[in-house]
Design a protein around this ligand. Structure first.
Ligand code: HEC
Length: 133
């Protein structure tokens, strides 16, 4: 049978795939595991937060949360504490907030959540939040 393409092509494609794959693999990996983080989200946050853009529940949508300015979701009634705090949700800031939201964003955040004290769960969760774009 005559192949419909030059035989050197598949090898090239394979090589290109391999190179792309290794490039991706060598990108700095986030510390956590986003897949596991999704489960953490479901059990810890989904009661009050949706990840769909513009969908607010008890708490604001967390779509695009990493890099977002605090208190900036249109149509969501934040507490004054969060409205005025002027943070940007960097991974570090999220880490601090989510380990103890009531204390760190005091006085007066209305996020009634005690915080996630399991470091691995928090890392996994942060990796998951970073995928919400
Ligand atoms: C019991 C409900 C509840 C739970 C559970 C909860 N949150 Fe919240 N969250 C809120 C509320 C309400 C606010 C708004 C706080 C305010 O205005 O002070 C908020 C605010 C936030 C903000 C700030 C958003 C912004 O736009 O500035 C982040 C980030 C956040 N939550 C992440 C999480 C994550 C991640 C979890 C799970 C670990 C979680 N929350 C669990 C209710 C909750």
């Amino acid at each position: 049978m005559k192949l419909p393409f030059p035989t050197h092509l598949p090898a090239r494609l394979l090589a290109a795939g391999f190179i792309t794959g290794s490039l991706l693999a060598s990108l700095p990996a986030a510390a956590g595991d986003a897949k596991a983080g999704q489960d953490v989200f479901k059990s810890e946050c989904a009661e009050c937060h949706a990840v769909a853009e513009g969908r607010n529940k008890k708490g604001p949508s967390l779509f695009g949360i990493v890099g977002r300015k605090s208190g900036s979701v249109a149509g969501y009634e934040y507490s004054d504490a969060l409205k005025n705090i002027g943070w940007t949700w960097t991974p570090e800031q999220l880490h601090t907030y989510l380990s103890q939201p009531a204390k760190k964003a005091n006085p007066g955040t209305k996020m009634k959540y005690d915080g996630l004290d399991n470091a691995k769960d928090l890392d996994d969760l942060l990796s998951y939040l970073a995928t919400l774009h």
